[in-house]
Ligand binder design. Structure first.
Ligand code: MTE
Length: 323
């Protein structure tokens, strides 16, 4: 989950990206897991995907309720400074991500639900009935951030489609698994496929969003085509990309990063400037493409919408990250 800059191929100034120490520290964790492995995520110049939903979906209607006071991150930054470990760790991630075939794309929604579904993403979008655009802040656990217009639909629309039973307490999301297309998945020390989980209550919150597009267009592969989660009050690793399975379950799911380093990437992972990551402060953040750091806000500025979800946990701040 770390980044390193190659000045010769990229024009972001070193001062406007995540500090290289994050790159080195993540590397240390992974080295402990596998002797001699060198892993890092890189930057690159990445085109929009050739695939995606029909262009009639884009640009979608803007939902004016979801605005922000920050300026929007330049598209080229948000679509090139990306994390997608399935495609490895080099600066050429975008070339590899372009190999992912996102059409057709089958999605299964199962588990403790009355109406399980397996359907193509296009059929899902027909059932959902229309996309909207929302501008959200996005904060990575490594203290870089961006502000982007996502296209998609509220996650609770999926909940209504499948009608979970009362035993369903959590939703587990899974990314595709295809090591032939995604060479990072040949690295067996990761517990592939990438998975993440949230509570049903969190999923029902208005902010929880399933994105199919960004900047008025279908998602490019590197940003998680054709369907990804966006949870703007949580650290970015919860926002799982290229989802193939959504399961309603009774037990708390364990995410990929949580299973590798539970003391660093907790289940809740709510953005909180007062709780440092074990190896760096979360008090401020570096917006992609903008000089100078800005203070990080509790729940990434979304406290009015989400803090009631955590009223019990807030007695002990650390619990809002790690419980
Ligand atoms: N989803 C999958 N499947 N694989 C990943 O490596 N990285 C996560 C998250 N979702 C990741 C993922 C991390 S660490 C972050 S910060 C965000 O995606 C980055 O989203 P972006 O690249 O669109 O900015």
């Amino acid at each position: 989950m770390s980044f390193i800059i190659k000045k010769n191929i990229w024009d972001l100034k070193a001062s406007v990206i995540t500090d290289e120490k994050f790159f080195n520290s993540r590397r240390k964790i992974l080295k402990n897991l596998v002797k001699g492995s060198v892993l890092y995520a890189g930057l690159s110049s990445i085109p929009q995907s050739a695939f995606g939903q029909p262009s009639s979906y884009y640009p979608p209607k803007v939902n004016d309720f979801y605005k922000v006071s920050r300026s929007i991150t330049e598209e080229n930054f948000a679509t090139t400074y990306t994390n997608f470990y399935e495609f490895g760790s080099s600066k050429n991630i975008w070339r590899r991500a372009a190999q992912l075939k996102t059409k057709p794309w089958s999605l299964t929604i199962d588990g403790l639900v009355k109406k399980p579904l397996t359907l193509d993403i296009d059929d899902l979008l027909k059932k959902i009935g229309g996309l909207e655009e929302r501008i959200y802040r996005f904060r990575c656990v490594e203290a870089w951030s961006m502000t982007v217009p996502w296209a998609g639909f509220p996650l609770k629309k999926i909940i209504s489609l499948v009608e979970p039973s009362s035993d369903a307490k959590y939703i587990k999301f899974e990314t595709f698994f295809d090591p032939n297309v995604a060479p990072g998945q040949k690295q067996k020390w990761y517990p592939w496929p990438y998975q993440e989980g949230i509570t049903i209550k969190e999923a029902e919150n208005d902010l929880s969003f399933m994105a199919t597009g960004i900047y008025g267009k279908a998602l490019p592969n590197q940003n998680g085509a054709p369907l990804r989660l966006v949870l703007p009050w949580k650290y970015g690793f919860k926002s799982i990309k290229s989802i193939v399975k959504i399961s309603f379950v009774s037990e708390k799911p364990i995410g990929l990063w949580e299973s590798l380093a539970p003391a660093e990437y907790g289940f809740w992972a709510n953005v909180n400037p007062k709780i440092s990551h074990p190896r760096w402060s979360q008090a401020s953040e570096q917006q992609l493409g903008v000089e100078g750091r800005i203070p990080t806000k509790i729940y990434n500025g979304y406290a009015p919408q989400v803090s009631s979800l955590y009223s019990d946990l807030e007695k002990n701040l650390k619990d809002t990250l790690f419980k």
